[in-house]
Design a protein around this ligand. Structure first.
Ligand code: UDP
Length: 236
């Protein structure tokens, strides 16, 4: 019996990049789809929010002189490409997946419709939420917190390149230690970066726990879902 019956998995765009410096690496996305399919086979209801940083980030467009809101819409379109790629990969593994977009793109994917998304999840389909929140100046972390709360999942799983939350930056500080668990309040007092501030506040408000773990460790997603020791749990 998995520890969590329903989860929202937040994947950064970089999780699809592998060792490349840009875009979607075919072997990486295939490996990701395999790990996801194993979790789905356990009967866990799964929704995914995927970032776009492997293709385009609004902040980079803004820094290069673009109108920031326009650049953010481009970032949201990048998440659409990643979502379609992941849907395709999952289907190749025999997993039913549906992309729902916060920005309408009716010829390609369903629009975001909450009851329909819930129904898909109840039917065992993976729902991939594309285009973040649909609003510029937000991030896909916030979309993950928002959709996680709307889908009423047990936990938000934030897959990163680091295997949890550390007392300080483990790349710079050899004495940095990893927390197995930490409360929302303690994370604030210690000024630890878990998700961006809006996402963090939303999860805290909704009493929605967050698990931060490394996507680079094979089998980590399965261990997290099973409740085995892995990453850092942020709890109320
Ligand atoms: N974005 C946005 N609103 C949202 C979600 C995303 O404007 O609700 C844009 C923003 O420009 C962001 C880009 O989409 O830089 C890609 O998302 P994000 O940076 O969160 O992706 P990740 O870092 O997880 O790959």
């Amino acid at each position: 019996m998995p520890a969590y019956q329903s989860v929202l998995l937040k994947l950064s765009g970089e999780a699809l990049m592998g060792d490349d410096s840009y875009g979607i690496n075919p072997l990486t996305i295939e490996a990701m789809a395999t790990e996801i399919s194993e979790v789905v086979q356990l009967g866990v209801k799964l929704a995914i929010v995927i970032g776009g940083g492997n293709i385009f980030r609004g902040v980079a467009g803004g820094a290069a002189g673009m109108d920031r809101a326009t650049a953010d819409y481009m970032g949201m379109l990048a998440t659409m490409m990643n979502s379609l790629a992941l849907q395709d990969s999952l289907r190749q593994k025999g997993v039913e997946a549906r992309v729902q977009s916060a920005l309408r793109m009716d010829q390609v994917v369903e629009p975001y419709i909450r009851p329909r998304a819930i129904r898909h999840m109840n039917e065992g389909k993976v729902v991939i939420f594309a285009a973040g929140t649909g609003n510029p100046f937000f991030t896909t972390d916030t979309a993950a917190a928002l959709r996680g709360a709307e889908m009423n999942v047990d936990i938000v799983l934030k897959a990163t390149k680091v295997d949890g939350i550390y007392s300080s930056d483990p790349k710079k500080d050899p004495l940095a230690t990893r927390y197995d668990t930490i409360s929302f309040d303690e994370a604030i007092v210690k000024n630890l970066q878990v998700m961006d501030a809006t996402a963090f506040a939303l999860c805290r408000d909704r009493e929605l726990p967050i698990k931060v773990f490394s996507i680079l460790k094979p089998g980590a997603l399965m261990r997290v879902v099973n409740g085995d020791p892995e990453g850092t749990l942020v709890h109320v």
